[in-house]
Design a protein around this ligand. Sequence first.
Ligand code: MLT
Ligand code: ZN
Length: 465
Amino acid sequence: MTHAAVLDELVTLVDPGKLLTDPASLDAYGKDWTRQFPPAPLAIVFPKSAEQLQAIVLWANRHRVALVPSGGRTGLSAGAVAANGEVVVSFDYMNRILDFNAFDRTVVCEPGVVTRQLQAFAEEHGLYYPVDFASSGSSQIGGNIGTNAGGIKVIRYGMTRNWVAGLKVVTGKGELLELNKNLIKNATGYDLRQLFIGAEGTLGFVVEATMRLDRTPRNLTAMVLGTPDFDSIMPVLHAFQGKLDLTAFEFFSDKALAKVLARGDVPAPFATDCPFYALLEFEAVNEEVADTALATFEQCVEEGWVLDGVMSQSETQLRNLWKLREYISETISHWTPYKNDISVTVSKVPAFLREIDAIVGEHYPHFEVVWYGHIGDGNLHLNILKPDDLDKETFFATCAKVNQWVFQIVQRYDGSISAEHGVGMTKRDYLGYSRSPEEIACMKAIKAVFDPNGIMNPGKIFAPD
Ligand code: MLT
Ligand code: ZN
């Protein structure tokens, strides 16, 4: 059958106007926030129901056409990129909140619900959806589940996985499965729900997700602290964690801060220039807690771990302090960064970062290196910025060469080559640095169970055979 005939069949499976093949749509829906792979999908389809999606999957199996699930396309590892004539399945028209249960504190979402839409819905009902990150205004719940999204509150609330009560999925075979049925306790064998979380759409599609909500945090208060060197950040974390129940503990380098301040729309936290900064957050439920935070700050200054600091006194100040951290990713995207998203257990962070920083300094002496991340949970973002006068291909090829040194260190520290951005296509060649051959074989066998014809997001997580 020709491409045209195959698409003629596909168009009958969705509502009128819900299949696009114009160049602008192919370009927009064929890519995510990575810039490494030119988009080249065959078509974009927009199902409106699980039934339509099932029909699309059965069609794809009949014609052996690859499908790429597409949410807000804010991914940073090319997990939702369609570069090889795939059909992109967008959830832009499956974006309704279907149900809310105040007693169970659960919300039933279609996969295209935008993360911030869920956060706002929770707020309207006096509750809180705690998974948060800079792209939450565009990213969709289906994509968050596909990548097990983390973000800035993991130290307290964990990853997306912790908030998924139940899933309805359509597997790569076209079966509709109801996973876990929103139970808190369910000891009936394998929890298949967990397999679909973080699977990057390689097993099937999420068509409905029941998400848990939490109580609203009280009087969130942030501090930004400047440290004299990287090594001082960890004792600061330890000191504050010993005294307060933190909701976040982030870090960024002076280079990251300088780029954000150069935008001109966020005030500097204080006048002292410091090589590194920590941003921490806690619930200042009463004056005693705020006093404890200040006393801990003073102790850190006395120890020489902190040079200067500021504590938010209002919602506006809280938001402005967070902007210093949350604007980094978007701001440096101007320099087409080569991104690494690595993690180790928290106690290993200082030695790990020192080794990586030395390797990076040795191999990229002419590139600007920007560090930031969720240091409170062991997740570091290492971004190498492309010099303006270097072409993208040469730059990425140079960075890829150094990867092996970086990932050898990650492996030696029993760390992860992708803490929260996923493997997608950018990290698939390095999976072996974090997973054993036996584990990878098990993962591939699991994929074959749910997706025997290999139509679900091929080339993601695993390099093509
Ligand atoms: C962040 O922490 O800002 C996000 O993971 C995005 C990024 O790493 O650039
Ligand atoms: Zn991050």
